[in-house]
Each structure stands twice: as C-alpha cells, then as structure tokens.
Design a protein around this ligand. Structure first.
Ligand code: ITT
Length: 197
C-alpha cells in the first residue's frame, strides 16, 4: 500500500491535533510540530485569526517540507464586544491555562443577559514558506453561566452550539467534529487537497 501523503500541523496544541487527526481519518498522515524539535516558536503578532494563521503556516513551512496547515481560532462573545477573540488562549492571564480562561469568562459574563457567541477558525495551507490558500469556519452559539461536561478543551464547557442543548464538552467528540468552527474550515481544506492542489 503506498504511504499516505503527509500533512504537518503548525500547532503545539494537542487538542487541535487530535480533533484534526480524527476528522482527516486515513486521508493523510497527520503530524504536528511537536514531532520536529527544529521548528521555531512563531510569535502570534497578528490582530486577526487569519494573520496569525498565516504567520504560523508560513513560518513552519519555511523549515519543513510538504504541506503545512495552521489553525488560529478563538471565541468571540457579543456582550464583551468580541473579546477574547485572537487573545482567547491567554484571556485569564496565562497562555494556554484553560481553567483560568474559563474563570475569567464566567466572571465577565455574570449578570449579562446577552449570551450570544461564536467560535471562529482560520486555517492556512502553506508550502515552501508561502500561503497557498486560506479557509475559515464559524459556529454560532451561546455562553452558559457555569461549566458543564468533560470533553474537548478550552471554552467548550461554557459554549452551547445553536440547535443543541448540550455544551461542546458534553457532546460526543464526533458530534463536535461535524459542526465546529474547526470542522467547517477543515472540510474545505480536505476538499481543496483532494482536488489535487
Ligand atoms: P497553537 O497556536 O500552537 O495552534 P493555541 O492553543 O495557542 O495553539 P490559538 O492561538 O489559535 O492556539 O488559540 C486558540 C484558543 O482559542 C484556545 O487556546 C482556546 O482557548 C480557544 N479555542 C479555539 N478552539 C476551541 C475549541 O474548539 N474549543 C474550545 N476553545 C477553543
């Protein structure tokens, strides 16, 4: 059987890798940058998801061969004027500390009646240091008052997607992977790659 083509994810977030790997199935061999110690840390200096996704994909594809895919994502909350947005991973004061991020979100939402929010995801496919194509996905929903559920990661315990009564952390991971912002962006990536980009 021929070897699967390789897709390298420009991420160090193991949860993103696990979700993307599950959604890609056996179409590609999916690795992330934790498998390549020579990869630089990419500073996320952009002010949009797309800018940061581009920085990560182009930066990693300068040092690794083949297709590189990045994911920059986050939560936009209407009552907080779109915060935490591109700063989602450090909202609680410490990069990647999901418990603190959720505690701050809960605190800021106390007493708010407007509960609308969405997750956004920008993905960039790059090769040889250059963007080849970008993609995006969004899922609308609402923020609940207290966390529920153990699946997923990040803000999942506080977010109920439209059309459901369970949070992303209560829904089966396969369900999240059919309707999430990441799933919607990735479906376009897969389509693009399968058309023989
Ligand atoms: P990389 O930059 O290495 O990919 P990161 O976690 O720092 O990893 P981002 O800068 O894109 O990635 O920040 C994403 C943050 O947005 C993440 O830490 C969560 O707080 C939130 N987030 C994104 N997707 C999410 C999801 O599916 N469920 C819950 N929270 C999510």
């Amino acid at each position: 059987m021929p070897a699967l083509p390789r897709l390298i994810l420009a991420t160090r977030n193991a949860h993103k890798t696990a979700e993307i790997r599950a959604m890609i199935g056996n179409r590609f061999e999916v690795l992330d940058v934790t498998a390549f110690p020579e990869c630089p840390e990419i500073a996320e200096t952009g002010i949009t998801f797309l800018e940061n996704a581009r920085l990560k994909a182009e930066g990693i594809s300068r040092v690794l061969e083949g297709w590189v895919l990045s994911d920059d994502s986050g939560l936009e909350v209407d009552a907080l004027s779109g915060a935490p947005g591109v700063w989602s991973s450090s909202f609680g004061g410490e990069e990647g500390n999901h418990a603190r991020n959720n505690a701050r979100l809960q605190e800021e939402m106390t007493g708010k009646t407007e509960r609308g929010a969405r997750f956004r995801c920008s993905m960039v496919l790059a090769r040889g240091g250059r963007e080849v194509m970008h993609f995006s996905g969004t899922v609308e929903g609402r923020i609940i008052e207290g966390p529920r559920g153990l699946n997923g990661f990040g803000y999942d315990p506080l977010f109920i997607p439209d059309g459901h009564e369970a949070t992303f952390a209560e829904l089966d991971e396969n369900v999240k992977n059919t309707l999430s912002h990441r799933a919607r962006a990735l479906a376009q990536v897969i389509d693009f790659l399968e058309r023989g980009a």
